[in-house]
Design a protein around this ligand. Structure first.
Ligand code: GLP
Length: 268
């Protein structure tokens, strides 16, 4: 795992957008794993701008989102399909038929979960998976006690997650109590994963996820087992990490990060 600390949330989002743009340009048929949540909105803003201003193309990309609320049709304004449509898909040239999210309103949810896993396999697996982190330490909606080898399935949302996400619903009481989510095992199979977290509210959970012991109580700790995992944080979210000097040294000195350092030429 490597940790990159940026001065502000905007700089952290910019770095992630540049990383995605770099991979997309190198591999136009990239299979991109997408995440939702407030933190990702500024990343999608930047990708939309790169499409408009620098010709970044999503035409060959296939996308798979991490999760979707159970019971919400795609047309529901609170669904993650709607979120993706609003924040990214309608602003870029992705073929909407190549954008995938679990169907939260499928009549047979277990069959839907199996279908989703098979579709990821048919596309050759996920090349780059974006992740946020919830207050419980969830990645996707892998709430506490999610098996570290779990696959796409239905998960009951914890009270902490309901408190975190229900303000996003017009009627908070109507937030679904369950979601379909890629499993921890599904996420760990992505060739590369990048987690973005910003703000003081994430400092505690980031310290546990990065430097704490691996536990199914905090599914993000499983990322410590991934061979190619990058965690991008702003100063506020980095505040409780012990090893910041070392992490800063790596980012400042490793050749891989040269194009992404402050003042470097644009690599999008
Ligand atoms: C939701 C998503 C998670 C994401 C989290 C982060 O819960 N299911 O995948 O990590 O949001 O939310 P925010 O960025 O709003 O803090």
């Amino acid at each position: 795992m490597e940790v990159i600390i940026q001065s502000t949330p905007a700089a952290a989002a910019e770095l992630l957008a540049r990383l995605i743009a770099h991979d997309l340009r190198a591999q136009p048929r990239l299979v991109l794993g997408l995440a939702t949540g407030r933190t990702m909105e500024s990343v999608y803003d930047r990708l939309a701008r790169m499409h408009r201003e620098d010709g970044l193309s999503f035409a060959g990309t296939r996308t798979f989102n991490l999760d979707e609320y159970v019971g919400l049709p795609a047309s529901d304004p609170h669904s993650y399909r709607h979120y993706m449509q609003e924040h990214l898909f309608r602003h870029v040239d992705v073929d909407v038929r190549n954008t995938h999210l679990p169907h939260g309103d499928a009549p047979d949810l277990d069959a839907e979960c199996r279908r989703y896993e098979e579709l990821i396999q048919q596309c050759g697996g996920i090349d780059l998976q974006l992740l946020g982190i919830g207050q419980t330490g969830h990645i996707g909606f892998n709430e506490p006690l999610s098996a570290l080898r779990s696959r796409t399935r239905v998960k009951a949302l914890s009270p902490v997650t309901i408190a975190q996400n229900s303000p996003l619903f017009a009627d908070p009481a109507k937030m679904p109590r369950r979601a379909i989510t890629m499993g921890v095992g599904t996420i760990l199979e992505a060739r590369r994963v990048v987690l973005l977290a910003t703000g003081t509210g994430k400092a505690e959970i980031i310290a546990k996820a990065v430097e704490g012991p691996i536990t199914s109580m905090i599914s993000a700790t499983a990322l410590q087992m991934h061979a190619r995992c990058t965690v991008i944080v702003d100063e506020a979210a980095a505040a409780k990490l012990q090893g910041v000097d070392y992490y800063r040294w790596i980012f400042a000195n490793e050749p891989e990060w040269e194009p992404y350092r402050c003042g470097s030429a644009h690599v999008g």
